[in-house]
Design a protein around this ligand. Structure first.
Ligand code: KG4
Ligand code: ZN
Length: 338
């Protein structure tokens, strides 16, 4: 039974996990740096890199202790080597490479996006091929996934990522940081029909997304709110924004599905992954679209949607069992498309 240690440090979570080849998560330690960044209303790369350095040793030790394994028990060490905030990536990748070197284990350089993409195989054993909607703070794209490393891009955002739009909306409405969960929470008690917001690209051919017009419309609507602005006003605007995103994603998903099924007529699964996949209202909205098309929507458990070490360990395992590992010269990359 192969075990892999996975290390993640590409954004503001310092994380490590031990995962077994039979899909057991033996440990999954995630240390969020939220408090370090809150005062700035967003992630500050330099602060993130230093915080990773402060915490990573403790997080890795805790992951090993919780899993009750020693380094000798590992089949390999995997770490995110991109894409992401490069200072943090370098910290995690260097620790991963060093541990692999000292304990004479293979090192696996993992693409963070592949970690999100393959999480559904760890949690739900989803077979290839599947259609993936990857929605996070930095990325929003539809991918046809035919196998490990076999990704075809069907469409994606032409401006902001979906998570970024949630974060900016939260900032404009003063709902706090991180934005996604704050908008979702506020929207729970809001009237989604109160504000008529645009749905850019709706009905257009292809599976591209655009969020910037919607973001501007939220800003204009927020500026027009009569003083004093009430909590109900903010909830209504949050709910209207979230509904617009839902309509947009559902429409684009229909187009991506047609493209995916043309290539893989027997395809059965649509997977939503990345931080935004934690949004329950969006999951429910997409569930309807996917069920109508006769396919199954798979969404990982909430805590495996946002950044974590288990997804990196699992992607490392998927690579390792294909006989792949990487040299200690594996580069750290701020940009690394799938
Ligand atoms: O995958 P992730 O943890 O980090 C990146 O790789 O980007 O995604 C973080 C993004 C943030 O933009 C955050 O606001 C968004 O995911 N997010 C959400 C929710 N939880 C996290 N967006 C909408 N609703 C949520 N519940
Ligand atoms: Zn991520």
């Amino acid at each position: 039974m192969r075990l892999v240690l996975g290390i993640e440090s590409s954004c503001d979570e310092t994380a490590a996990a031990v995962v077994a080849e039979d899909r057991r998560i033996l440990s999954n330690i995630v240390l969020s740096q939220l408090e370090d960044h809150r005062a700035y209303g967003g992630v500050v790369p330099e602060i993130a890199a230093r915080a990773h350095l402060d915490h990573i040793e403790r997080v890795v030790s805790e992951a090993m202790a919780t899993a009750e394994v020693g380094f000798a028990d590992l089949a390999g060490v995997a770490a995110t080597t991109g894409p992401g905030l490069i200072g943090g990536v370098i910290v995690g990748a260097t620790v991963g490479k060093s541990l692999a070197l000292v304990h004479d284990k293979p090192f696996i350089a993992v693409n963070h996006l592949e970690g999100h993409a393959l999480t559904c195989r760890l949690t739900d054993n989803v077979p290839f091929p599947f259609l993936l909607l990857l929605v996070s703070g930095g990325h929003s794209q539809f991918l046809s996934v035919a196998g490990v490393g076999q990704y075809r891009r069907l469409g994606g955002t032409i401006d902001d990522a979906v998570g970024e739009a949630f974060d900016k909306t939260a900032k404009m409405l003063g709902l706090g940081f991180p934005g996604g969960p704050a908008v979702e929470q506020a929207a729970l008690s809001g009237d989604a029909a109160r504000f008529a917001l645009p749905r850019p690209l709706l009905g257009r051919p292809g599976a591209d997304l655009s969020l910037s017009g919607l973001k501007t419309a939220v800003r204009l609507a927020a500026e027009k709110l009569p003083a004093p602005v009430s909590a109900q006003d903010l909830s209504d605007l949050a709910a209207s924004f979230q509904a617009a995103v839902g309509d947009l994603l559902a429409d684009r998903l229909k187009h991506a599905l047609a493209d995916f099924l043309a290539e893989h007529p027997g395809g059965k699964h649509v997977v939503i992954a990345g931080g935004v996949a934690a949004n329950k209202a969006l999951r429910a909205r997409l569930q309807t679209t996917v069920a109508t098309a006769g396919l199954e929507l798979v969404a990982p458990p909430l805590k495996l949607c946002t950044d974590n070490g288990a997804m990196i360990a699992w992607a490392g395992l998927e690579r390792l069992r294909r006989g792949e590992s990487h040299g200690f010269d594996a580069p750290c990359r701020p940009r690394w498309p799938l």
